[in-house]
Write a protein that binds this ligand. Structure first.
Ligand code: FAD
Length: 464
């Protein structure tokens, strides 16, 4: 799959190979070779543009052996990156460090028809799994609301979709292969190297570099999605009433406009509906509205009230992998915390009231969804069914005043932050929130005693 714009993917290797190809030299460059980042353009940035790095080297291995060799030879801090869709500083390394892209390690490795599992290279983007899995009669159990993340990156941060009975992606991993700091290539699963498996299936890029991921899937399936716009208080009541009736139910609430877009999604065997051709370019409209609200804040509540007029109530039926993802073309920065499910709506209402009371200048909606509890050591959903609440701020506006105002509310509800999104917590606070935090740290230091995979952000969240 071609890398999307602003995806964090850097085409240096491709450019270099093209250049060498023109010189007839491409065949002498061993795959997995270091490419010195000398030009200013050879930098990395995430999707939102909020995180950047100018590493000494960017490595594009295309096999486990090349990955292992690269890790053994690398100098400075090493971090892998996938789709570059994390908002937090989980990827950047200092100028003498090494970034590793798994982009060239993608695709299906093998599958098991009787257990409905499939093994992919870790660089495979979620979007690329859908048609491949359908061909073998499988589908991912759940997906997040975009599909440009790599499997390695998504599971490393507990990426989740929504559904009271559905767990985050990391909890659906049944086996892994990874390359450790000394270059050794190891396999792990609940039966083999159990502790390493527990740490690596949600390792925030700090255990080693995942090369292959085996996922528990289900039989391929179709979904019916119903989108409705309601006043926010009605959306909250609907959520209370119907949260156990749907496989997926979530809403996006515009804080100043009292409008919420509700999505209800369920299994179906009905035939697919014709694709809906949008009458307007929704992303262009959102960009226009966000820009207008930024320039003329007084217009913001009116824009949020009329937003419902541009979102038609729709029903569509398609393969699961076509229903889950949306196109998010307007860049934002995001904070997300997961709180105990039973306090989710109360926490949401306190946040909305605070935004209104302080007249926070924000156009983008809050997202509210549920996820089932799991037992991954660093999972925000560890041992508790959860409600996740996300705040978004337009990338041209400073997100800090907004996020700093709301974050204490999440703390009050014992919220756990999304590892790939913005938050201010350090090891001391995180240890109190994650019961298996020290088990994770023990395995981390055994796997990487010299801290080669610890960038500044990882040091702050794990070592404080
Ligand atoms: C528009 C948008 C929508 C989003 N929607 C959702 C959503 O619905 N639900 C949700 O939970 N999250 C969501 N996210 C967050 C996103 O899913 C996570 O941040 C995810 O980690 C991004 O995956 P990535 O492949 O881009 O990884 P990156 O951001 O590139 O990396 C994330 C982490 O994984 C590590 N990593 C990457 N590859 C490997 C590897 N092979 N081995 C070891 N470590 C590795 C990196 O070092 C880093 O620590 C969204 C983000 C954006 C920008």
């Amino acid at each position: 799959m071609p890398p999307p714009a602003n995806s964090g993917f850097l085409p240096e290797r491709r450019r270099l190979l093209k250049h060498l190809g023109n010189l007839g030299l491409a065949s002498i460059l061993p795959l997995g070779t270091f490419i010195p980042a000398t030009a200013r353009s050879e930098t990395w940035q995430n999707w939102s543009g909020g995180q950047k790095a100018s590493p000494a080297h960017i490595l594009y291995p295309d096999s486990e052996e090349a990955l292992s060799r690269g890790i053994r030879q690398a100098q400075g801090t090493i971090r892998a990156f996938g789709g570059g869709h994390s908002y937090s500083a989980v990827v950047p390394v200092p100028a003498n460090g090494t970034l590793i892209s798994l982009e060239a390690m993608n695709g299906l490795v093998s599958h098991d028809t009787s257990h409905l599992t499939a093994t992919f290279f870790a660089g495979t983007r979620i979007a690329a799994t859908g048609p491949v899995l359908k061909d073998i009669g499988q589908g991912l159990l759940n997906q997040p609301d975009i599909d440009l993340q790599s499997l390695g990156g998504a599971i490393s941060t507990a990426t989740h979709g929504n559904g009271r009975q559905l767990r985050c992606l990391s909890a659906n991993v049944t086996a892994l292969r990874l390359v450790l700091a000394d270059g050794s290539i190891v396999s792990c699963s609940p039966e083999n190297n159990r502790d390493l498996f527990e740490a690596a299936r949600l390792g925030v890029g700090s255990i080693g570099v995942l090369s292959q991921v085996t996922l528990q899937n289900r039989a391929a399936y179709r979904l019916r999605e119903q989108v409705t716009v309601l006043p926010t208080d009605e959306a909250v009541m609907l959520m209370q009433k119907e949260r156990d009736q749907h496989r997926h139910i979530e809403f996006f609430a515009f804080p100043h406009g009292n409008r919420a877009l509700v999505k209800r999604i369920n299994l179906t065997t009905s035939p697919p509906t014709a694709p809906i051709e949008p009458s307007i370019d929704e992303n262009a409209l959102v960009e226009f509205a966000a820009e207008s609200a930024r320039k003329w804040p007084w217009i913001n509540p009116y824009l949020q009230q009329v937003v419902g007029m541009f979102v038609a109530d729709t029903v569509r039926i398609a393969d699961s992998f076509a229903i889950f993802p949306s196109v998010r073309a307007v860049q934002v920065n995001e904070m997300e915390y997961s709180v105990p499910a039973e306090h989710g709506l109360e926490c949401f209402e306190e946040i909305i009231a605070t935004i209104r009371k302080h007249d926070v200048p924000v156009f983008f909606p809050l997202e509210f969804r549920y996820t089932k509890s799991d037992d991954c050591w660093l999972s925000p959903f560890y041992g508790r069914d959860s409600a996740s609440i996300s705040l978004h701020q337009y990338h041209k506006q400073d997100y800090r005043p907004y996020f700093n105002l709301i974050e204490p509310i999440f703390h009050k509800y014992k919220g756990r932050p999304h590892w790939g999104k913005l938050h201010s917590l350090k090891a001391l606070q995180l240890r109190a929130l994650y019961p298996r935090f020290d088990d994770f740290l023990r395995i981390r230091s055994q796997a990487d005693p010299q801290g080669r995979f610890l960038n500044n952000h990882a040091r702050a969240i794990f070592l404080g």
